[in-house]
Every structure is written in C-alpha cells, then in structure tokens.
Write a protein that binds this ligand. Structure first.
Ligand code: ADP
Ligand code: MG
Length: 676
C-alpha cells in the first residue's frame, strides 16, 4: 500500500530521470505530489458529439442519464455512466478514478473532458475513454524535464492510492469556523474539480491551509527563539545616557521608543530577534549604535553586517566618529575583502581576544574563521538584501547572539507579517525634526538645461549633488560607458566643481576613497550608477538628479531619493525622463505625489498588479503555491492570528485534533521551502 510519506518513486513510471525532475520542483513524497496544485484551469470549449472526430480531445457537457457503475479488476477500475448531450446519449468511461461514481448522480449536469474513441463506440455509438469529470482542465506548473501531462498522470495515480487517507492539517474547529473543506475534498477538488465553483472553494481551503501552516512554522520558530536561553545583557544605563547626551542631535520620540523596546529585549535572558523598520533617513543607525554600545558596556562585542562594502565602510566611519565625539573609547574595525593576509590574521586575532568592540563588514562576517570572543549582538542593516538563510547562519555562528535586523521597508506594513512573521517588529514612524520635505520634480530631457542652471545655483550656494545613471540592459560595460559620458558632460558643464565617478567596476578601495572625498566635500558632484542606492549618508548633499528615471523601480527611486534630505538644506530629487509607457509615467507620478516609503510600497504593489511573484520576491516576501499574500491578505492575517492562538494553548500539540498538523510540521520543517 502506498502512503503519503512514501517517496514518489514508488509510483510506476518514476525512474531516476523523472525522480530528479520531480525533486527539482520540490516533489519528494507522495504527499508533495498530491499537494502540487494546478496554478490555473483551462476552460476547454464544449462541443457536440456530432462535431467530434475519433481521437479528438473534447469537453462534453450534458445530463447524467444512467447511474454510474464501477467495475474493478484488481487494482484497476473502470467507472461508466451515460451522458445525455442534446439528443445523443454518450457513454463515458473513467479509468482508475472510482471516486467519480460518488460525485455524480442521475439528472445532474456535468462536463467531462477526454478523448473521443469512435472505434470503441458502444450501443449509443459514442464513447469517451480516460475522461476526467472536468470542464476545467487543470494546468500544472511544468518544467523542461517534466511535462504538465506527466505530472497530471502521476497525480492521478497517486490520488487513486491515497484518496480518503489524507488527514486534515487545519484543525476541525477552524475548518468549521471558516467553512473550509477537509483535506481530502480539498485536494480532490483542486485536481479534479467538477466545475469552477468547486475549484474555487478548494482553492480557498488550500490557500488557508498553506498560510496557516506557514504561520504555524513562524510561530514555532519564534517560540524556539524565545525559549532559547539567550544571555541577558547587563548593560550600564548611566553610560547609555551619557552616550545619548553626547549625540549632536536629540533623538526623536520614535527613536527613543524603539531603543527602549530593544533594550528591554536585550536585558532579558532570552534570544532577541527583532526587526527595526524605518523609512530612509529616519535614523536607524544611531538606534543600532545605542544597542551595540549597550552590549559593549556589558563587556561583550557587536557585529554589524551591511549589504555592500561601501556601506559597511560608511557605517564603520560613522560609528567610530559617533563614539569619538562622545569621548568614548570603542574600537570599531572593518572587515573587508581588501585586507592583506597578515592584516586579516591580526584583525581576527584581536577579535578573538575581545580587543575589538564592533566589527563591521558584509556577509564576509559569516565566514567560519570569523570568531568573536563574546558576541552579544548582531545588527543586520538593509536586511531585505539578505536572505533568511543568511539571517539564520548568523545565528548558527557560535553563540547565537541577539539579532537586530533593520530595513527601510520596501515592504508595505501589511505584507510584513509574511516576510517577518517570526520577528518582533519595532517601527520608527517619524523623521528627525527640522527635515525639510524633499521636493520631487519630474522633467523631460528637453528641460535639462533649465535644471542644470538650477543645479549651478545650488552648487554656488555650497550644495553637493548626486547624478545617477541607470543600469542599461544588464550590461555593465554599457552601464559604465553611460556613466563615464555623463561624468565628462558634468565636468564640461561645471568646470568650477570637482566631479567624481563611481561605478561597479571600481575596486572597493577606489569606491571608498571616492565616497570619503564626497563626504569631505572635496568632490561636489558625484556621478554614479546605482551602486549608491543603499545607505550612503552625506548630509550636505541636497540634489539627487536621476537620469532616465523611468528605468528604475519605485523602491529603487525611493532609496535613491533618500540619499538627500539628510541635512538642514532644502533638498531636491529631480527625475529626468520621457517615459514611453503608462507604467513608467505612473511610477514617476507616484514619486512626485509622496515621500512616504510605506505609501509608495503599497502603490508599487498596486501598479505591478498584486500577485506579481517577482515583485513580492524582490520585496523579500516568500512565495506560495496557492495563496497570494497580497490578494489574500485578510486570509493571511486570520491564519496568523489563529496560529498565534493555537500555539498559546496549553499542550496544543498533545491534543488529538492537532496531531495531523503536528506530524506534518515535524516531517516538513527540515526542508522548508520558504526559507531558501
Ligand atoms: P537610515 O534610517 O536611513 O539608516 P540614518 O541612520 O543614516 O538613516 O540617518 C540619517 C541621517 O539623520 C544621518 O545623518 C543621522 O546622523 C541623522 N539623524 C539621525 N537621527 C537624528 C535625529 N534624531 N535628529 C537629527 N538628525 C538625525
Ligand atoms: Mg541606513
């Protein structure tokens, strides 16, 4: 007997080659196979028998005219019934789908899909073989190695074996509450729906199940985290106050609030896993600095991981300055790929001795030879740039430190529960006082002269300027050429200013020294490709001129705009473009209409059309097979709430009604797709 947990190669016809193809689409067991749902259904046009030739694949719609009869021969079976179509009585046969008999009765209107077989025509003159009761033909996501048809065939085989033996994952109470199908019916109607309504209700149940299981996993991870005996950080409150008072600005109320939330977590002898959300420019770095300083006052070390070397270097410089100005002796070091072997060895030695307080770097921090003496906190900046796996890896790295992940959230608040459901979230919902709203303008290329006059005026007034050129069709060479041309044009246009050129082909050292020059105002105009998109902080820069702005995505434009408006100068984002598509125009309009990152993120989703997998993928939201975290957001929220409720119940995992779920979670947790 075949069971759900059997490997899929127990099915006849699955040899090594097919097995590999199945593994590639994450189908390992029979259960994976029957949970491999069609992504849509094709409505096959109906025909009349008189219009049909031998061998045609057709859909017939009619009234069941005779009771279904099942003939069994060993493991095989044939189910037959008559179907009255117009004036023709057609005999329909189904092979190895005995359950069909239970789903039809005389007088019912059904549609069947199958191959018309004139040769085997019975008494009534017409016979269908291998029919599926289905006006809707399910379409499965297929690959080069395995066709949708093969997948369909294997699903039929598997289903005929395990049908009726599938326990529901969603507990009965919840199924009743939300009028969801049991898992048997759900799976059957996903694969073999008798009509669109059945498919729809199966989809609803399957989506809920998928969301619920996902949220259960997040809750279990969260519980595991909380129960993990992290260290309580015995920080020095007085020293923290001194640090805060020495800052060149007053913290915003929002910053103070999130710092308290973080310190509370740190103090507890439990593992912290917290996400800090705050729009570009909201001042996340100083919050991270406070949290890092807290562990330092407790005699531990901190790590800060950034997505690029430029950003890592900036953080290292900023942090060192911040502590310096406060008169605090905190040793900040930067781990870069450019270090000489001997330098690196020395650095790692100092780190292992506990002589370095804060180590800043890219994911290079995750290398196995990077060993801290006593790591108390790991900060991950621009966390959406890192996969969840890297997040997890950081935890494995030795001591399992508290984690503070930061993001300028290109993810709408509403979607955060799918992406970060296992984390506690703190939000900085306020920009520092005195910030002037960045003025955003869109202009066409023909207005560029006028704009350059304005730029000249601002330069004479002491401003600094970014000029960003876009990526061209994935070609880095063209990309650099384009930036190079712009660089030369700017030199000609502004002979009295120093112009720098930053692009991806420069070495890290070259990039760093350019950024240092710009920061120190030795360069007034920085022409750059999107390498400066993330995190760069030069408060005196007040103009962001973006060429061919319609080539950028909304999130990217928002990040770029966030590079200005960081100081007291009135800042400007100027989007130069002559968009040719409505979509391009709509993005620019959205940029002009708001500077709120959350609003833009929501707009972005709407513009892209919800359910755009690529979009959500880019935003760091996991993918789902059935449910759509954007369209089905309410359902996701309910699933989350129910998961939270369930795990908060005493001994929930001992209760009989939850056993199928518990077993499922434990057998699938290890290879959890959403975390890749
Ligand atoms: P982000 O949240 O985008 O990472 P940063 O941490 O880089 O923002 O901060 C942006 C700028 O705002 C920096 O120059 C920083 O020094 C400044 N800043 C941070 N907090 C405040 C504050 N409370 N008041 C004034 N300026 C602040
Ligand atoms: Mg930042």
């Amino acid at each position: 007997m075949i069971t759900l947990t059997d490997n899929v190669d127990v099915l006849p016809g699955v040899g090594p080659k097919r097995l590999t193809a199945l593994h590639d689409i994450d189908i390992f067991t029979i259960e994976d196979l029957i949970d491999y749902f069609p992504f849509r259904y094709e409505d096959l046009g109906e025909r009349l028998p008189s219009e049909t030739l031998d061998g045609d694949k057709v859909t017939f719609k009619g009234i069941v005219s005779t009771p279904p009869i099942v003939n069994r021969f060993g493991k095989r079976s044939q189910t037959r019934f008559g179907l009255l179509i117009d004036h023709d009585n057609v005999r329909v046969s189904f092979f190895n789908q005995p359950w069909v008999a239970q789903n039809v009765e005389v007088g019912q209107e059904v549609a069947v899909y199958g191959t018309y077989d004139a040769a085997k025509a019975g008494l009534t003159g017409i016979k269908m073989i291998q029919a599926t009761i289905d006006a809707l033909s399910p379409i499965y996501p297929a690959t080069k190695q395995i066709s949708a048809k093969t997948i369909r065939h294997l699903i039929e085989l598997a289903w005929s074996e395990v049908r009726g033996h599938v326990d529901s994952l969603v507990p009965k109470g919840l199924r009743d509450k939300y009028r969801l199908l049991d898992r048997n019916t759900q799976i059957e109607n996903m694969h073999f729906p008798s009509d669109a309504d059945h498919a729809k209700s199966a989809r609803r149940s399957a989506a809920f199940e998928e969301f619920f299981v996902f949220q259960m996993r997040l809750q279990l991870l969260k519980l595991a985290d909380q129960n993990f005996a992290g260290e309580g950080v015995a920080y020095d409150q007085t020293a923290l106050v001194t640090f805060e008072n020495s800052l060149p600005f007053t913290l915003t109320a929002a910053q103070k609030k999130v710092i308290q939330e973080i310190l509370q977590d740190q103090k507890r002898p439990r593992h912290m896993n917290r996400l800090l959300q705050g729009d570009v420019g909201s001042g996340k770095t100083v919050v991270a600095a406070m949290a890092m300083y807290a562990v330092i006052t407790a005699g531990m070390q901190a790590a800060m991981m950034a997505p690029t070397e430029i950003l890592a270097q900036q953080h290292a410089i900023n942090l060192a300055n911040m502590f310096d100005q406060a008169g605090l002796s905190v040793r900040v070091e930067l781990l870069t790929s450019g270090l000489k072997v001997a330098q690196r060895r020395q650095l790692l030695e100092d780190l292992a001795h506990g002589d370095i307080d804060i180590l800043v770097g890219t994911h290079a921090l995750l290398q196995p030879d990077v060993a801290f003496h006593h790591l108390g906190l790991a900060v991950i900046d621009e966390q959406h740039r890192f996969g969840v796996n890297q997040r997890a890896k950081l935890r494995e790295n030795g001591v399992n430190p508290d984690i503070l992940a930061m993001t300028a959230t290109p993810i709408p608040r509403t979607l955060a529960i799918t992406a970060y459901g296992e984390m506690d979230v703190s939000v900085i919902d306020q920009l520092p006082a005195g910030r002037k709203i960045i003025q955003t303008r869109k202009i066409s290329h023909s207005q560029l002269d006028q704009t350059l006059r304005f730029v000249r005026h601002e330069l004479e007034d002491g401003a600094q300027v970014y000029v960003v050129t876009p990526l061209i069709e994935e070609s880095e060479a063209l990309d650099v050429q384009n930036a190079q041309a712009m660089y030369e044009a700017m030199q000609l246009e502004f002979p009295d200013s120093q112009v720098g050129l930053l692009h991806g082909r420069l070495s890290n050292d070259e990039k760093k020294s350019l950024m240092a020059d710009f920061k120190a105002n030795r360069i007034q105009i920085l022409v750059a490709t999107t390498v400066i998109e993330v995190g760069v902080d030069v408060p005196n820069a007040s103009i962001m001129l973006i060429m061919d702005a319609d080539r950028f995505g909304l999130a990217q434009l928002h990040q770029l705009r966030g590079r200005v408006g960081r100081g007291s100068r009135q800042s400007y984002a100027i989007l130069v473009a002559d968009p040719k598509t409505d979509y391009g125009r709509a993005r620019l309009d959205a940029m002009v209409s708001t500077t709120d990152g959350f609003v833009l993120a929501q707009k972005d989703l709407e513009l892209r059309g919800s359910g755009d997998i690529l979009g959500t993928k880019q935003a760091g939201v996991p993918e789902f097979m059935v449910g759509d975290p954007v369209k089905d957001l309410t359902m996701m929220t309910i699933a989350q709430q129910e998961a939270i409720d369930l795990v908060s119940q005493k001994k929930w995992d001992d209760r009989p009604e939850n056993q199928a779920l518990v077993a499922y979670l434990s057998r699938t947790m290890a290879r959890y797709r959403h975390f890749d």
